[in-house]
Design a binder for this molecule. Structure first.
Ligand code: PMP
Length: 293
């Protein structure tokens, strides 16, 4: 199937959708993005994703020249033009081309906006059934005071470096610590532990991306009368957790059964994780605007 992409007001064939080599998204990672999922003919949490995109843009003083309604329509129309009801969507806004090659963002009159969508390459189901192994990376998560991890920016080198560490250890994921050694998140997912029937995840202010899946999972847990707590924890807490899982738009809820060689509890996805996985699977089918009426 030949895919179609939205780029600056036009829908173009994938092969023809090209941005400039002078675009600041390419030159400096100067831009913001969202990864979004469509399930069952609906765009899951579209409003929250668009809100986060505009918040990321505001944090880097990038003024998006269209409103949120129009942005949502771009996502829906991209899916329609590709005849996709189940998909992974990437929505990107860069600061565009500068009038010269200086770093000064005032010299960038027109942001670049593009949206691409494709059928999702799902993770193998065995990872969900058996859980995954992870390592803690020596690469620390970006400092809040430098580039806040709450900005979903095009500059993902911090996460890429941690992912390389996972690759070198032959495990699917790496967990990143804050500068002072608290657990923050994985390279592209948030992290949760369960301890004594409490669901614990690091607070956003520690320096994480405030995941939309994370927030959804917290809501679903509260519906199940599970105590949800946003608090700091360390590698020690992680190793001694009753359960551990990661959350993200692509990964959904992914059980973690081993960290740095320490087997979490009995080394199998735990009961709370399984309840939330089941609830999440049902819930995703029920949220978001319809793609085709
Ligand atoms: N943390 C990071 C660093 C991410 O890139 C992502 C998204 N891929 C997440 C967490 C999860 O966020 P969401 O649930 O909104 O996809």
């Amino acid at each position: 199937m030949s895919l179609v992409a939205y780029l600056d007001g036009q829908f173009l064939k994938k092969e023809e959708a090209r941005i400039s080599v002078f675009d600041r998204g390419v030159l400096y990672g100067d831009g913001v993005f969202e990864g979004i999922r469509a399930y069952n003919n609906r765009v899951f949490k579209l409003e929250q994703h668009i809100d986060r995109l505009y918040e990321s843009a505001k944090a880097i003083l990038l003024k998006i020249p269209i409103d949120k309604k129009e942005m949502a329509q771009i996502v829906l129309e991209t899916l329609r033009r590709n005849n996709l009801r189940e998909a992974y969507i990437r929505l990107v806004v860069t600061r565009g081309e500068g009038t010269d090659l200086s770093l000064d963002p005032r010299k960038c009159p027109k942001p670049t906006i593009f949206c691409i969508a494709a059928p999702l390459a799902l993770f193998p189901s065995s990872l969900y059934e058996d859980g995954i192994e992870a390592v803690t990376a020596s690469t620390r998560r970006n400092l809040n005071e430098a580039t806040s991890p709450r900005i979903k920016s095009l500059n993902y080198l911090n996460n890429v470096l941690a992912k390389i560490e996972a690759n070198l250890c032959n495990v699917p994921e790496a967990i990143m610590l804050s500068q002072d050694g608290y657990v923050t998140e994985a390279t592209g997912e948030n992290i949760f532990i369960v301890k004594k029937n409490r669901l614990i995840t690091p607070p956003a202010h520690i320096g994480i991306l405030e995941g939309i899946t994370r927030n959804t999972v917290m809501d679903l847990a509260r519906e199940e009368n599970i105590v949800v707590q946003e608090s700091l924890f360390t590698q020690f807490d992680l190793y001694n957790a009753d359960e551990c899982f990661l959350t993200g738009t692509a990964a959904e809820i992914m059980p973690v059964v081993k960290v740095d060689g320490r087997i979490i509890n009995d080394g199998k996805p735990g009961p709370t994780t399984k309840i939330l996985m089941k609830k999440f699977k049902q819930y995703v089918l029920t949220d978001g605007p319809f793609i085709f009426e």
